[in-house]
Design a protein around this ligand. Sequence first.
Ligand SMILES: [Zn+2]
Length: 391
Amino acid sequence: MEQQSLKSQIRDAVDQHREELIELSLRIHSHPELGLHEEQAARWLGEFLERYGFRVDKGIAGLPTAFRAAYGNGAPAIALLAEYDALPGVGHACGHNIIAASAAGAALAARLAVDRCGGSVAVIGTPAEEILGGKTSMVEKGVFQEIDAAMLAHPGTANYASIKSLACISLEVEFSGRAAHASARPAEGINALEAMVQSFNHLNSLRQHLYPKDRVHGIITDGGQAANIIPARSAGSFLVRAETEEYLELLKEKVLRCFAAGAAATGAGLDYRWIEPHYAPMKVNNHLAALFTANLEALGRKVLVFRGEAGLASTDMGNVSQVAPSIHPNIAIASPGVGEHTPEFARAAASEDGHRGLLDASKALAMTVLDMLADREALAPVREEFRGSSE
Ligand SMILES: [Zn+2]
């Protein structure tokens, strides 16, 4: 009973700060900053939380735009993750302004739970989700070691308690050949571009033998200097994704064979580099997802089960989910036809529907924090499921 009245106080607290939260979201939205350059967003979030009694540590894990803002002490320690990086050219077309503002809104309201029940809540500011994956190195540096549960609400086109995501690794490839006049002395050249083109064809042949959720895709970043010179160098960037890390290892070998074949056929030299740390797949904690679902449905939103037919990608939240019980909810702010990373989605992230998503996400996250702090028995199955799946 007391928990229900605390939940209604939490909802009221978010509504009381409605204007401020929307203003924070719009301010980040109208000042898009790329990954690792989110100085303003990190500063505004830190200032906002400091105003409400959070202790803010800036530049944690060696990342100048990462931060931790904590309220309360000790266990259970619940983390609300904020992302705030934008995309080149299209601004906040992934709506990370809503992730950031909803983490702040939820944390603000969750103070009620901490004051009443003990434990702690922290907003962890995690830079560069779109590139590099700030969370991967934050996980390696132990930022999430003492965390009992981690959550982050991403805007989208449907409501899910958690998305799933693919393991993903980047690959940089370079072929080196020999330059020659393309017309006068073609026989003397070794064509590094042809090695790359053949590799793409081999990858396309491999596609028939991939599982439906495997992904291999890339671009050519250097295809030569002039049409009358046999290219002595070619280079490309690729991403390789799979459902599990184990299968990703196998897929990496198959992909490499495609490049080795391009090199063998043309006589070009092959250099490659897998970029670690890679993105781990999202390990969804179903008990935590059930708590969040009940809270979001109490706000009148229908929560669907994520099946991954569409919208399957990768996120560095996957790495967090490997070390702490986690969910990655999705909050609908646009109709299903609107794709992420488009100008339309950027507009949705600053619209009335975007604001509603921000407020509902804040409330549902904060109520889920309360569930775990108020009733330690709610946290036990979350922990057990995590331990069970980690063995
Ligand atoms: Zn995103």
